[in-house]
Ligand binder design. Structure first.
Ligand SMILES: [Ca+2]
Ligand SMILES: [Ca+2]
Ligand SMILES: [Ca+2]
Ligand SMILES: [Ca+2]
Length: 363
């Protein structure tokens, strides 16, 4: 008997967990693979490391780094001496040129707030050697030098991937001088401080933080997905993606209405026919607006909720007993004068009945 109760309890907890988890926001770890092998955009299972191709890349050159802005715009850089700065549609993979910075290539991208930082090589300051910390103009692709990257402020170094830890306001970077290592970098001076080498993963290039879990991921040679200890720099292999990794970027892929357009790019997240900006609850297809001001929400009745049909119909937004297109709740209450008229009519009616009955009795 106890066993039955126990297994029932475990099943109940499992069902609750499944339901709870299914309502959580989704995010996907995307990878660019343009440096070698197949040039495709991939999504990566952070539990197993396995990569799945989403879309072909490379129309504008090999993609060397990617990063998503908070509004869902996915930026990318092109290597191979081309220096293109692009946007990538994360669903279709279609690339759009933003601008070109000829002669230099950016192989690390990361946002700090609304500022997009980059790692450029070769440096403009060291005669063809080493890397610069730059900012990237998101409208033109133009690069602005902050400073050459120097270990302890002295030794210039090549560098690649960068990733920002929002919890500690620390930017991490892959540096090459003194062995390929995880380093921190000062965003004003470009000075880097080595945290430690990646252990057996010297081919690590790309970095990306999961802001939710605080885990730092790395992409290494051989298509390995790594987690990296930010205190020591030591990496642990999660698994093989099956692709070469040139860049990593997390993207919020929550799709409330399940129409395959993620909320960040969907003008109508709940498919109720009212654009998010005008929708009083952009994630609830039963709540949207009240354009006829009858106090009944125009989506209260609806058609197919998250389905593709519009749900906003001011002529079908609540019980409408007298069929005037205005829901019962929206029929205006009588004014004081109207109440007076109603009371007068009631008394007049009662008086008439009383008079007629008196006539009948008298007759
Ligand atoms: Ca959607
Ligand atoms: Ca809507
Ligand atoms: Ca209404
Ligand atoms: Ca709908």
């Amino acid at each position: 008997m106890l066993k039955v109760h126990k297994s029932f309890l475990i099943m109940f907890i499992f069902i609750v967990l499944v339901l709870f988890c299914s309502t959580q926001a989704d995010s996907a770890l995307l990878g660019s693979t343009g440096n070698s092998g197949a040039n495709v955009l991939i999504s990566i299972d952070t539990a197993t490391g396995l990569g799945t191709a989403i879309a072909p890349q490379g129309a504008l050159g090999p993609v060397t780094a990617i990063k998503a802005r908070s509004d869902g715009v996915l930026f990318g850089t092109i290597g191979g001496g081309i220096g293109n700065f692009i946007t990538i549609n994360p669903i279709t993979g279609v690339e759009t040129l933003v601008g070109t910075s000829a002669g230099s290539r950016v192989n690390g991208l990361e946002f700090v707030g609304s500022t997009l930082y980059g790692v450029r090589w070769p440096s403009s300051t060291f005669g063809g050697c080493c890397s610069d910390l730059v900012t990237v103009n998101q409208t033109t692709g133009a690069l602005t030098l902050i400073a050459p990257i120097r270990i302890n402020g002295v030794t210039q170094t090549w560098a690649t991937g960068i990733a920002y830890d929002q919890n500690t306001s620390t930017m991490y970077v892959v540096t090459f001088n003194g062995g390929i290592s995880l380093s921190t970098i000062n965003l004003t001076t470009g000075f880097a401080a080595i945290v430690g080498p990646f252990g057996g993963f010297g081919g690590t290039r790309a970095l990306e933080f999961d802001d939710t879990t605080g885990i730092l991921y790395g992409g290494a040679s051989g298509g390995r997905l790594l987690t990296i200890d930010i205190a020591t720099g030591i990496a642990t292999e999660v698994g093989l993606t099956g692709f070469a990794i040139s860049g990593l970027a997390f993207l919020d892929t929550t799709d409330t209405d399940g129409d395959t357009i993620i909320d960040l790019l969907d003008p109508d997240d709940d498919n109720d026919g009212v654009l998010d900006g005008n929708d009083t609850d952009p994630l609830d297809p039963d709540v949207c607006e009240d354009v006829d001001a009858d106090t009944c929400d125009d989506c209260a009745i609806g058609t197919d909720d998250f389905g593709p049909l519009a749900d906003n119909d001011p002529f079908n937004d609540g019980f409408d007993t007298n069929g005037d297109g205005i829901c019962n709740a929206g029929v205006p209450a009588p004014t004081m004068t109207e109440w007076g008229m109603i009371i007068f009519m009631v008394f007049a009616g009662l008086g008439s009945i009383y008079y007629i009955r008196r006539r009948k009795v008298a007759g």
